[in-house]
Design a protein around this ligand. Structure first.
Ligand code: 15L
Length: 262
């Protein structure tokens, strides 16, 4: 693909999603440069540093066409920690990318940016233009990342895509995940689409597999070229037999953010 970035900086490369993307993305033709606070084993190009190490970050951007930004605390934490890692860290990442002339940033947001949104009474699909409604400081930091991506698209002309990731795992881990699951293979397909698809300004997409009981609208993801292949329904019978249906007033069901709203 002519428009496909060659060298991609992957932040959070040692994390749960980063580890699987390191296995799966090279098959799409990318060369990955990994960045993480923790050592990233077995990677020829890996930088072990904090996002707030300006020199390391500037060096990491050298020659980079696009960034996939996964680094940060992946759940709720004290505000000071979220502020340092997710808010300040994300700002520094975006600004270093701007200074280096990076063309596109794929930003890992989360369903928790809209977590206090009530699920529709008919359990229908939630539209892609659902306004932000964070359920935690973590969700708030994801709202910040989305707004930063919007600002850097409008002010600096960087193509930005925020992925409101559902529940990333090898297999759906509970009843809620029957609607929110994102398989590793589909995650790689989504990131590839976000790196190569047509983007104008900032685009928000939901990140889930082709789940029969999907909670979110995938139209903006599909417009980028995302074609999910997996479906949590394959695990439904087994999960329902083990766990049973959740009562409708359980926060796991009532709000998009599930247990994060407790
Ligand atoms: C997330 O954003 C978290 O990082 C992950 O641990 C899960 O809790 C996921 O959301 C989810 O909502 O299932």
């Amino acid at each position: 693909m002519a428009n496909q970035p060659h060298l991609v900086l992957l932040t959070g490369a040692a994390g749960r999603i980063g580890t699987r993307l390191r296995e799966l993305l090279p098959a799409y033709g990318y060369r990955l440069r990994c960045f993480d606070r923790l050592p990233v084993p077995g990677e020829p190009e890996a930088i072990t540093a904090d996002l707030r190490d300006a020199e390391a970050l500037a060096g990491a951007m050298d020659g980079v066409d696009a960034v996939v930004h996964l680094a940060g605390i992946p759940g709720e934490a004290p505000f000071a920690d979220i502020l340092a890692a997710n808010i300040d860290g994300t700002y520094r990442l975006f600004d270093a990318a701007r200074a280096a002339g990076v063309r596109r940033i794929v930003n890992a947001s989360s369903n928790h940016a809209v977590g206090f949104t009530e699920r529709p009474a008919d359990a229908g699909i939630v539209p892609v233009d659902t306004p932000q409604r964070p359920d935690t400081y973590y969700g708030l930091s994801k709202c910040f990342g989305e707004n930063l991506a919007s600002l850097y698209a409008d002010r600096h002309g960087i193509e930005t895509v925020s992925l409101r990731i559902g529940s990333f795992a090898d297999e759906p881990g509970g009843i809620r995940a029957l609607g929110t699951w994102l398989s590793p293979g589909d995650c790689a397909r989504l990131v590839h689409a976000a790196l190569t698809g047509p983007v104008s300004g900032h685009t928000i997409v939901y990140g889930i597999s082709a789940n029969t009981r999907a909670w979110w609208d995938l139209s903006t993801a599909r417009a980028l070229g995302y074609q999910p292949r997996d479906d949590a329904e394959d695990f439904a019978e087994e999960l329902l037999a083990k766990l049973g249906e959740l009562p409708a007033d359980d926060p796991e069901y009532r709000y998009l953010g599930g247990r994060f709203t407790r």
